[in-house]
Ligand binder design. Structure first.
Ligand code: NAD
Ligand code: GLY
Length: 359
C-alpha cells in the first residue's frame, strides 16, 4: 500500500506492507543517494540493520550504522550529540541520508539529527514498532526530551519517505504492541467512529499480532495522520487533536522519569482521563466514555498507573505542555466518537475532581 502525505514540495510517500525492507523496489521510490547512516537502537539493530544494509548495498548505497541504547531515556541531547560526533568523524556531507530504523525514540532522535546536521539533510523513516508505524514516523515532529518536560527540544522536519515493514512487528514485545494499539484507538476516538468499531471487533486479533488486521490498522491510522498533518503541518489548530490524552500522558511520563510507563501506556491512561474530563466538561455522554473505557481496559494497562502522584504535581507538569498558552491549560477533549477539539477553558476545579478519581 502506498499513501501520500500531501505537503507540496515537502510531500512524501508512506509504503506499508509485509517484507518491504528487503525488497529492492521499495527503495527505488525512496530518495537516498549514495551514502546513508542508519540510526537504530541495540534491540532493533541486531534484528534488522543487516537486512536493511544488505538491501541498500545491492543498490550501491554505502551505509554506516549508529546504534544507541534502546528506550526513552536515550531521547536526549547527549544521544543527539553522539550522532553528530559520528557524522563529523566520518565526514558525512549534505548528500548523506539518515535512516531511522526503530521505534519512535530512534525516529524522533534521527529526525532531529537530520534537521540539524549541516542545517538539514534528507532522512527516511523505517518504523519498527506499531506506535512508530501508526504515528511517530509520519508528520515530521522530531526532537528530544528535556529534564523538565517531554519533547521540549526539537523541530518540525519532514522525512523524505516512510517504509513500514509489517514483518518487523513479529518480533515486537507484547507490551510495545499494546502501546501502539493505544495510539490506534486514539485515531478512532478523534476522527473515525467506524475505525473505533473495527478496533472493538478486531482487538483480540490485533493483540495476537494478526498481520492482516495490523496492516489494516496501520493503513487507516496513516491515512488519518497524513490527512491531519497535510491540513495543519505546524500544529496551529487541527493537528492538536492528535494529542488527545497526551497532556495527561506527558505529565505521567515526566513525573515518573520515563522509567515506569512507555509512551503508549501513558497515552492509554491519558485517554481515559481525557474522556472523563470530556464528560466533566459536559462535552461527552457518559455512555461513550464507558465504551472508550471498556476498550482501553482490554489493553490491561490501567493498572500500570503510577502510585503516589499528587494532583498538584500533575497540574504543575501540565504547565510544560506545548498547548499551554500564558499559563492557561488547554486540553484536547472529545464530543463523541470521531470528534475531538481543543478546549480553551477547562475549569481547574473540574480538572482536580477528575484527577482525584484516578490518583
Ligand atoms: P521505542 O522507540 O522506545 O521502542 C519501544 C521498544 O521496542 C524499544 O525497546 C525498542 O528497542 C523496541 N523495538 C522496536 N522495534 C522493535 C521490533 N521490531 N522488534 C523488537 N523490539 C523492537 O518506543 P515507541 O513506542 O516506538 O516510541 C515512543 C516514542 O515516540 C516516544 O518518545 C514518543 O514521544 C514518540 N512519539 C513521537 C511522535 C511524533 O509525532 N514524532 C508521535 C508519537 C510518539
Ligand atoms: N503525535 C502527535 C503529532 O504528530 O502531532
Amino acid at each position: 500500500m502506498r499513501l501520500q502525505v500531501a505537503l507540496g514540495e515537502r510531500a512524501y510517500e508512506i509504503l506499508i506492507g509485509e517484507g518491504m525492507m528487503a525488497v529492492e523496489s521499495t527503495w527505488h521510490s525512496m530518495p537516498i543517494g549514495e551514502t546513508a547512516m542508519v540510526v537504530t537502537d541495540n534491540h532493533v539493530g541486531p534484528l534488522y540493520a543487516d537486512r536493511l544494509r544488505d538491501t541498500l548495498a545491492a543498490l550501491g548505497v554505502q551505509t554506516a550504522v549508529h546504534q544507541l541504547a534502546a528506550g526513552e531515556q536515550s531521547k536526549t541531547l547527549a544521544s543527539w550529540a553522539a550522532i553528530m560526533d559520528q557524522l563529523a568523524e566520518e565526514r558525512h556531507d549534505r548528500t548523506t541520508t539518515l535512516i531511522a530504523l526503530g521505534g519512535g525514540v530512534v525516529g524522533d532522535l534521527a529526525g532531529f539529527a537530520a534537521a540539524t546536521w549541516l542545517r538539514g539533510v534528507r532522512y527516511l523513516q523505517v518504523p519498527t514498532t506499531l506506535l512508530a508505524q501508526v504515528d511517530s514516523s509520519v508528520g515530521g515532529k522530531t526532537g528530544v526530551n528535556h529534564a523538565l518536560g517531554k519533547n521540549l527540544i526539537g523541530a518540525f522536519y519532514q522525512p523524505s519517505g516512510v517504509v513500514a515493514d509489517l514483518d518487523t512487528l513479529s518480533t515486537l514485545p507484547t507490551r510495545e504492541l499494546v502501546a501502539g494499539l493505544a495510539e490506534v484507538i486514539k485515531y478512532g476516538i478523534i476522527r473515525d467512529a467506524k475505525f473505533f468499531e473495527f478496533i472493538e471487533q478486531q482487538l483480540d486479533a490485533l493483540l495476537a499480532g494478526d498481520t492482516e488486521q495490523l496492516g489494516r490498522a496501520v493503513v487507516r491510522a496513516c491515512e488519518i495522520k497524513a490527512e491531519v498533518v497535510a491540513a495543519d503541518e505546524r500544529e496551529s489548530g487541527l493537528r492538536e487533536i492528535l494529542n488527545f490524552g497526551h497532556t495527561f500522558a506527558h505529565a505521567l511520563e515526566t513525573l515518573t522519569e520515563y522509567a515506569e510507563l512507555n509512551h503508549g501506556e501513558a497515552v492509554a491512561i491519558g485517554m481515559v482521563m481525557a474522556a472523563e474530563l470530556s464528560v466533566a466538561e459536559g462535552w461527552l455522554a457518559a455512555s461513550v466514555r464507558d465504551r472508550i473505557m471498556r476498550l482501553i481496559q482490554r489493553l490491561l494497562v490501567l493498572e500500570r498507573l503510577p502510585k503516589g502522584l499528587s494532583i498538584d504535581e500533575m497540574i504543575e507538569a501540565f504547565q510544560s505542555d506545548k498547548k499551554t498558552r500564558a499559563g492557561r491549560l488547554r486540553f484536547v477533549l472529545t464530543r463523541g466518537l470521531g470528534h475531538a477539539e481543543t478546549s480553551e477553558a477547562v475549569s481547574q476545579e473540574r480538572l482536580r475532581k477528575v484527577l482525584e478519581r484516578f490518583l
